[in-house]
Design a protein around this ligand. Structure first.
Ligand code: ATP
Ligand code: MG
Length: 571
């Protein structure tokens, strides 16, 4: 490819709304342009990167035995009514009517459509196992689209769905996808971890998220410093803690006046006690009525854990009026003492300690020297807080640590949730009619590219892993008006093409500085500079983008050297 024939529109300045580096660099390098909030056009440079990413995903999916298909983006409401998600899915599902007043939606995911396809196509156990996938557009009307293609509304996803005759085979399909995902993200040159995850609204029994490790990630990953336990913060369980309660020297409860002091910080500063000796009492509305969740002042309630303990899909914090109604006091003064008819769920950490501060259920009042389960009743103690650095691991007891990650892939065991709801069945060898046991497996293609950039960049721009770089090599003649330089560059260009290197020749009549800056911004792994020394003593500079190292080689050795460099990185 010649620069003069390609469309590269690099920008000097960062787009104003771009909050993260990958978004800035994707816009500045000319990979994407915004059309509307969360909706992007992909330019030729971006298309090349997406294409390479998709090729790797496709190769590994095919290798794992999955079959590629294409499903419609527009989906009829009837299928979503069958699965009971038409009303349950929420506003991310963009619903609309056609000219006949029939309800449709834009597919945010394709469980319904694939289950319908399979129930109408597959009838016998002999046709199983089956794994069907597509690489196609999804639409989710995200409440806060941001970070460019990382959290877009319209985006490209690889989604796969497996169908098996029983749990055991479904487990095998799941493991195959787990392995395929590891192969994909390794080939993409990413540093990642597979973590245990909550199953959320897609449902099912078990899932792993594939997280690219990056400071700017929206997710918190909790991992063990000793064993290989890793989980999303939402899900991360805290292991057995040592609980010690010595009530012999317990002080008597004492009511204190705390005018206007509502937050943990305000109360702890006012009373001169550490936040860890406060108890936060949060009232949640749940399908079983209001409940009180108690955690230490320095801890946070984990709503996902709470939901799974309560076995319900939705809970939300009670509003100001409701708190007043239930506790006779404004928010900020809620406490567990004297709360009648409200189940009290306390975090395990509150099994230790005798000297806490709680809200007094009265304006401007707190109560000091309180011991849980002695001074007030606790219905259950359990793990309802967010794990933190230093908490014990559920598996081995060693310390946990937290880090940030970007979720690029997600694999779920769905069980028979959709096949039962939609009556998708097959006949086994005894003629019995059984529901398919399903799994589903997603990879956000654009998000993966953005995550790669988030993980690998510097002040000059993107440092693409070679496997997804838009070009392997850029050849830069320093002075494109110099006929000899241009001829050497052209010869090298053709030699590179013959060696199947994805090469671009920067034949623009531009200052060398801006050609170099563009090559760095775009993140092409290897740059070959043809300057005056190429003419005088056949010497060429080869710069490796990742390390910044510059190698001097002869013109004859240039392409073999490039091949060597690229092979070293090829996975
Ligand atoms: P998130 O928690 O980030 O919203 P999700 O759990 O909703 O993700 P899935 O339904 O599992 O995501 O979708 C599979 C994959 O699709 C995700 O792992 C992610 O890579 C990608 N993805 C999901 N939502 C978006 C989005 N709004 N923009 C870009 N990619 C997305
Ligand atoms: Mg989501």
């Amino acid at each position: 490819m010649r620069y003069s024939q390609f469309l590269i529109t690099t920008l000097r300045d960062n787009p104003a709304e771009a909050e993260v580096m990958s978004h800035r660099l994707m816009v500045r390098s000319g990979m994407i342009r915004k059309l509307a909030a969360g909706i992007y056009s992909v330019l030729p440079l971006g298309q090349r990167v997406l294409h390479k990413t998709i090729s790797i995903i496709r190769e590994e999916m095919n290798r794992a035995g999955a079959l590629e298909i294409t499903l419609p983006i527009v989906q009829p409401a009837e299928l979503w009514l069958e699965s009971k998600r038409w009303n349950a899915y929420g506003k991310e599902l963009l619903r609309f009517k056609d000219r006949h007043d029939r309800n449709f939606c834009l597919g945010p995911t394709h469980e319904e459509v694939i289950t319908d396809l399979v129930r109408n196509t597959i009838s016998s156990y002999r046709q199983l196992p089956l794994n069907l996938y597509q690489i196609h557009t999804k639409f989710r009307d995200e409440i806060r689209p941001r970070f460019g293609v990382m959290r877009a509304r319209e985006f490209l996803m690889k989604d796969a769905y497996s169908f098996d005759r029983d749990e055991e085979n479904a487990e095998r399909s799941y493991q195959k996808m787990y392995q395929a995902y590891c192969a994909i993200f390794t080939r993409l040159g990413l540093t990642f971890r597979a973590v245990e995850a909550d199953t959320g609204p897609i449902g099912g029994s078990f899932s792993h998220e594939f997280m690219v490790l990056a400071e700017t990630g929206e997710d918190t990953i909790v991992s063990c410093t000793a064993c290989d336990y890793a989980a999303n913060l939402e899900k991360a369980e805290i292991g057995n803690e040592v609980f010690a309660r010595n009530t012999t020297s317990k002080k008597r409860m004492q009511r204190v006046h705390t005018p206007g002091k509502k937050t943990v910080e305000e109360v702890s500063r006012f009373l001169g006690v550490p936040p860890s000796t406060l108890i936060k009492t949060l009232i949640f509305e749940t399908p079983e009525g209001p409940i009180a969740a108690l955690v230490r002042g320095d801890h946070d309630v984990n709503e996902t854990k709470l939901k799974s303990i309560l076995k319900c899909a939705e809970i939300f914090l009670a509003d100001e009026d409701r708190i007043q109604e239930l506790t006779n006091a404004p928010r900020g003064f809620t406490g567990p003492l004297g709360l009648s008819g409200i189940r009290i769920i306390a975090d395990n950490a509150l099994r230790s300690g005798t000297d806490y501060v709680i809200g007094g259920n009265e304006q401007d009042v707190h109560i000091m020297h309180v011991c849980p389960d002695i001074d007030f009743h606790v219905d259950i103690f359990c793990d309802i807080r967010c794990a933190r650095d230093g908490d014990p691991c559920r598996r081995c007891g060693a310390r946990l640590k937290t880090s940030r990650g970007i979720e690029v892939g997600h694999i779920f065991k769905l069980g028979t949730k959709y096949s039962e709801a939609m009556h998708a069945t097959f006949l086994d060898e005894k003629g019995r009619e059984l529901p398919f046991v399903m799994g589903c497996y997603g990879i956000g293609v654009g998000r993966t590219v953005a995550a790669a950039i988030e993980q690998l960049h510097d002040e000059h721009g993107i440092i693409f892993p070679q496997s997804i770089a838009p070009f392997d090599l850029v050849i830069v003649p320093v002075n494109s008006k110099d006929a000899i330089q241009m001829r050497i560059a052209e010869d090298l260009y053709h030699e590179a093409q013959r060696a199947a290197i994805d090469v671009i020749l920067d034949d623009r009549d531009e200052r060398p500085g801006s050609k170099f800056a563009d090559a760095d911004l775009i993140g092409i792994p290897v740059r070959l500079t043809v300057g005056k020394y190429a003419v005088s003593d056949k010497s060429i500079d080869i710069k490796v983008r990742k390390t910044g190292a510059v190698h001097k080689v002869t013109v004859d050795n240039a392409i073999p050297f490039v091949i060597q460099q690229l092979n070293a990185e090829r996975l």
